[in-house]
Design a protein. Structure first.
Lengths: 194, 81
């Protein structure tokens, strides 16, 4: 019989009462979105794993300090922490990726195309990898809005507030991101059916 | 009522952020204009591809986090009565 799934807030409450197992459930529930969001910003798997760990350590510390008050928005809160840690990382390297909005981008020439005679799972993995590689090529602000909308489930108004721009600007960045990704897919004539 | 549909309308509709009246307006445009329908379908494809491109953190990263949580857990009340 299927146990009714607890929501994030319930899991957080149980964690704070000493049920450490609920943390694992929270991580399993959200780790893909959180890790992918970090990875798409830093473009390095090892670094993304480091920041992923730092993110959750900060999450644990904040929860235990009693300073968590993001009821119903656990995922977007964690993603904000991760995002800020990414920014801290770039600042420490003095290499903040300041890229301006533009429709133009250099065509991504190094997408590896696998032989078409591979198992469905490998095909799906390759497609996912290819799509991630395309997202990585987007200008930073377009990548950021894609991450916030898709993985943090933030509305365009929330994205605008979080990034300090107007809603039209955040919509425009998403518009360009979608147009650019579509262009990449078409130019590479990649079969992306899943 | 808006007379022309814009790309921003399609984006908002794609992400379910339109008001009801705008949703009706956009859906009508999609239903009655092949070009708009094609455009929208392409956006749906791109959106679905993004949603499906997530990847896992390493197992060791997750283990490290869980180990940290366990090692730093506040002392519980005495479990032995």
């Amino acid at each position: 019989m299927c146990k009714e799934q607890k929501n994030d807030q319930e899991l957080v409450s149980e964690f704070l009462k000493g049920n450490e197992g609920t943390l694992q459930e929270l991580i399993i529930r959200h780790e893909r979105k959180i890790f992918t969001s970090i990875y798409l910003l830093v473009k390095d798997r090892d670094l993304a794993n480091d920041i992923f760990q730092e993110t959750f350590i900060k999450v644990i510390k904040t929860l235990r300090s009693g300073n968590y008050n993001e009821e119903g928005k656990f995922l977007s809160w964690v993603l904000r922490i991760g995002h800020n840690l990414v920014i801290d990382h770039f600042r420490s390297l003095k290499r903040m990726p300041m890229v301006h909005d533009t429709e133009e981008y250099s065509v991504f020439d190094t997408i590896p195309l696998e032989d078409i005679n591979i198992e469905d799972k490998m095909i799906a993995e390759q497609i996912q990898s290819t799509v991630r590689a395309m997202i990585e090529q987007l200008p930073y602000d377009q990548r950021e809005v894609v991450i916030m909308r898709h993985f943090a489930n933030m509305s365009f108004k929330e994205i605008a507030d979080a990034t300090g721009v107007s809603i039209n600007t955040s919509l425009g960045r998403m518009r360009y991101a979608l147009i650019n990704l579509r262009k990449l897919i078409q130019e590479k004539n990649i079969v992306l059916s899943m | 009522m808006k007379e022309t549909i814009t790309f921003n309308h399609l984006v908002l509709y794609l992400y379910n952020e339109t008001e009801l009246s705008d949703s009706v307006f956009v859906q009508k445009a999609i239903d009655h204009h092949e070009e708009i329908s094609d455009e929208f379908q392409q956006l749906v494809t791109v959106k679905n591809l993004i949603n499906n491109c997530t990847m896992h953190a390493s197992a060791s990263s997750i283990e490290t986090v869980l180990a940290y949580a366990t090692l730093t857990a506040p002392l519980q009340k005495n479990m032995y009565s």
